[in-house]
Design a binder for this molecule. Structure first.
Ligand SMILES: [Zn+2]
Ligand SMILES: [Zn+2]
Ligand SMILES: [Zn+2]
Length: 677
């Protein structure tokens, strides 16, 4: 479970153990795979219901990332169902826990009815109406004498990292705590420390503190507000590992996000103010290039977490209307990203916000790589995904499949392969997936590309059979287990002369036997391949492919016997005039690649990327190949292979040229990366 989720549950431990009946939610928890039958047996043996609840919660706190979602769903399914159907806020206010859960459930699942700001404002109005009656004061009086000071106290508490108010806070503000408590936001409790008793005043839930703090921020000058916002939303310095890591895990942005969400809701009628806030947030949370994985197969967990840029998506959910100035700002922001992710811990609000952004018209037509990682596949999620896909901006889409059901509903929701929808799909088997691919999948008849990653031989064959009648122009397998039947299937698919892109990558398997088929593809523009020891026929086929000179992109992944390969390649470099992108990724210990590096200048490359364990000594030999390049970036780490003598010539070379740079990412960037654009 996430830290923040654990916190939410422990925050509400007292009311939860009081109200929860574990026997009502076992079924949902077991079905959701967060509780085992053994867990249930163990808990049922405990005497009292309260102790059972306590044990159940402590078990849940130790469970995986989807435990919280399943638990919330289970609560919604059973005892709180009737509660949620009651629209009257009055009943809810009698029990702070119910109110809290309602708010949580609302935030987590129901993003299509009311915004968070609207919900909290309704509760606020309700509390206000009550207090007007009770205290026999005018609304004006209450607002100025009690509420505004309370807003300020809430804001100060937030800034000091406090959840509660102390007696001294009221004294400092010249207020009577009794009177402020009458309003109804605060609950009094006594804290005993030794012989000392201290009175504390807590908010029903932290979100209320944030709501009230946001109300304070609405009242202060725009300049002050912006200054406050910039404390939480600023551009991380990419040279400071600490800042980058905080950004990476969105810690920094989460702190004030609820308050900013309320501000968006409150200030939506003021386009200029909204735009200033939006620009600040967008600027601080843009996903930077250094987050992008070098290659999908090498850094799979990348993109599986909700990315920092989603802060802005979630904030958009608070707006009922979209001011024109914001539309322009969003269009500018969208033009900057080529890859978009739905992480497994993304909320519905992330997807909803993305759908809002990408459905803005008129938007220049763009092709964005959409990554979908999801484990808690709920019904609302599917509907929102369809809304997102409606924008027609995504292609290809990459699905990280956790099970067959999820895969099927994803393909259906995104209408993959349908004439007017996404035509290219990448399917990655998640490490937790236990299913073998089903014999049929609902792809449309216009499917143009499929890439499979990390699949077992049975699933791989099924996928290949399913797509055998589709008009493919892109086909790929990466790190899939290929048995003879799979290989026969693949060979047959490679008879398709329309293929423009073929990816045959594997850490352990030699793909040489497919080279013969590849020589027949006269439209082949992109080839990623893994080659081990080649026989004479395979060598000749490789030469033939290079002589065809159709390749614009060549990637060599996990290749062996490089001396041989280097000879063939560098002998043909001068003929490969179409080649613009060249990638080399080597995972095995030492391979002599200096011949490739030294002859690079014979190619007309736009981009060259290399990932290589022993980069530095080799790189020094290729300096003369780099001279023709306009841009060059090396990101390095200090490890055993990087000696002072090896590095100095390179550093000097880089220092002398405009557009060339060398960056130390310390241990944060674990991979060496050489990038030429
Ligand atoms: Zn997200
Ligand atoms: Zn991809
Ligand atoms: Zn994944």
């Amino acid at each position: 479970m996430e830290e923040i989720q654990k916190e939410l549950i422990t925050d509400n431990l007292v009311p939860l153990t009081r109200d929860l009946d574990p026997s009502q939610i076992y079924t949902e928890l077991i079905a959701g795979r967060v509780l085992t039958f053994e867990d249930k047996e163990k808990i049922s043996k405990i005497d009292t219901r309260k102790a059972q609840s306590m044990e159940l919660i402590s078990v849940l706190l130790r469970k995986g990332p989807n435990a919280f979602g399943v638990f919330m769903d289970a609560l919604q399914c059973t005892q709180f169902k009737s509660l949620l159907e009651v629209n009257e806020v009055e009943n809810l206010c009698k029990n702070p826990l119910h109110l809290t859960l309602l708010c949580l459930l609302h935030i987590e699942t129901d993003v299509r009815t009311r915004t968070q700001t609207e919900l909290y404002s309704e509760i606020h109005d309700f509390i206000l109406r009550k207090v007007i009656k009770r205290m026999k004061l005018t609304e004006e009086d209450i607002e100025h004498r009690l509420l505004r000071p309370l807003y300020q106290l809430a804001f100060e508490a937030f800034e000091n990292g406090e959840d509660v108010l102390h007696e001294s806070d009221f004294e400092r503000a010249g207020l009577l705590s009794e009177e402020v408590c009458e309003v109804g936001y605060l609950a009094r409790d006594i804290l005993i420390r030794g012989i000392k008793q201290e009175r504390r005043y807590s908010f029903t839930h932290r979100t209320f503190l944030e709501f009230l703090a946001a109300k304070h921020l609405v009242l202060i000058a725009a300049e002050e507000r912006l200054k406050w916002l910039r404390k939480y939303y600023f551009r991380a310095n990419s040279n400071r590992v600490e800042e980058v890591q905080r950004l990476r895990f969105s810690l920094l942005f989460r702190v004030a996000e609820n308050i900013v969400a309320f501000l968006f809701g409150f200030l939506q009628k003021h386009p200029d103010v909204l735009l200033q806030m939006a620009s600040t947030v967008i600027d601080a949370t843009l996903d930077r290039k250094f987050f992008l994985p070098f290659y999908n197969s090498l850094s799979l967990p990348d993109g599986s977490l909700c990315p920092p840029s989603h802060v802005f998506c979630r904030l958009l959910c608070e707006l009922n209307t979209m001011p024109l100035v914001l539309v322009t700002a969003i269009a500018k922001r969208l033009s900057l990203c080529i890859e978009v992710s739905v992480g497994f811990n993304c909320s519905d609000r992330c997807i909803k916000g993305m759908a809002i952004m990408y459905n803005i018209r008129p938007l220049e037509p763009i092709s964005i790589h959409l990554n979908i990682h999801t484990q808690q596949y709920t019904q609302t999620n599917v509907l929102l995904l369809r809304e997102l896909a409606n924008s027609r901006n995504f292609d290809p889409v990459c699905i990280h499949a956790t099970d067959n059901q999820h895969l099927k509903s994803c393909i259906l929701a995104l209408r993959i392969g349908k004439a007017d929808s996404i035509k290219n799909v990448e399917i990655i088997k998640s490490s937790i997936c236990k299913d073998i691919a089903p014999p049929a999948l609902p792809f449309g008849d216009d499917l143009r590309g499929i890439l499979l990653m990390k699949y077992d031989k049975w699933s791989t064959r099924r996928f290949l059979e399913i797509v055998s009648k589709k008009p493919l122009i892109e086909l790929g397998v990466v790190d899939c287990d290929l048995d003879d039947r799979c290989k026969r299937c693949l060979s047959n698919l490679l008879l398709n002369r329309d293929l423009q892109s073929v990816i045959l990558v594997s850490k352990s398997q030699h793909m040489g036997r497919f080279l013969g088929r590849l020589t027949g593809l006269d439209k082949l523009q992109k080839l990623h391949i893994s080659l081990k020891e080649m026989d004479q026929a395979e060598r000749q086929n490789l030469e033939k492919i290079m002589k065809n000179n159709t390749l614009q992109e060549l990637g060599l992944f996990h290749c062996e016997y490089f001396a041989d390969l280097c000879n063939i390649l560098s002998n043909h470099f001068s003929r490969m005039t179409a080649l613009r992108y060249f990638y080399v990724v080597i995972s095995i210990d030492f391979q002599p690649i200096d011949r490739i590096l030294c002859n690079l200048h014979l190619l007309r490359l736009q981009e060259f990327k290399i990932q290589y364990d022993r980069l530095i000594p080799e790189m020094c030999k290729m300096l003369k190949s780099l001279i023709q390049l306009m841009n060059f970036q090396l990101t390095y780490i200090h490890d055993g292979t990087l000696t002072e003598e090896g590095f100095m010539p390179l550093q000097q070379f880089v220092d002398q040229r405009v557009g060339f740079s060398c960056i130390d990412h310390k241990t944060f960037v674990k991979k060496m990366r050489l990038e030429v654009k």
